[in-house]
Design a protein around this ligand. Structure first.
Ligand code: HEC
Length: 144
């Protein structure tokens, strides 16, 4: 009798365990496919338009540009590296802006990685970066 009871208990417990296991492991295959699909959609979705007031250069810099420009690992010039920025500023604002908008060489992404930034916001960010090296548009040589 006791053996019979413990058998029932065992089956019951096994059932619980299996259910718990199943619950803890949702259909991972499906989740993975959905996850990947979500990621793909994310990649191709046009950027959410920015509905707030125009962002300052400092904000755009902090939110987008700093990912690369605040560290030495990406090869992006640091904002207060005046030697580097003086050299780049020599290209003139139009060229710098074209490089920000279209991307530049391998690592500088289009629109500095801020697809919903307006040209004006991107320009504010460039001016902010240049300002950290004491470069003002007035002090830049060629086109402003
Ligand atoms: C994914 C990394 C990354 C992000 C994000 C990024 N940059 Fe850059 N940026 C670079 C790198 C790397 C260079 C240097 C490219 C070179 O000269 O080889 C660069 C160069 C530049 C230059 C100089 C271009 C020239 O003609 O010399 C400007 C201006 C610039 N970035 C502005 C920005 C602004 C503004 C943002 C944010 C809106 C931004 N970057 C975001 C990586 C990045």
């Amino acid at each position: 009798m006791t053996v019979y009871r413990s058998m029932i208990k065992l089956v019951f417990l096994l059932g619980l365990a299996t259910n718990a296991f199943a619950a803890a492991q949702p259909d991972t295959k499906q989740t993975k496919i959905d996850g990947t699909q979500g990621y793909r959609d994310e990649m191709h979705r046009p950027p959410e338009p920015w509905k707030g007031p125009p962002r300052s250069g400092a904000k755009v810099y902090a939110d987008s540009c700093a990912t690369c420009h605040a560290r030495t690992t990406q090869g992006a010039p640091l904002p207060d590296d005046d030697v580097e920025w003086r050299m780049r500023a020599g290209k003139g604002m139009d060229v710098l802006m074209a490089h920000v908008i279209d991307g530049y060489k391998e690592l500088m992404p289009q629109r500095g990685g801020c697809p919903n930034c307006s040209d004006a916001e991107l320009k504010a960010a460039v001016l902010y970066i240049l300002g950290q090296s004491g470069i003002t548009p007035g002090s830049m040589s060629a086109n402003k």
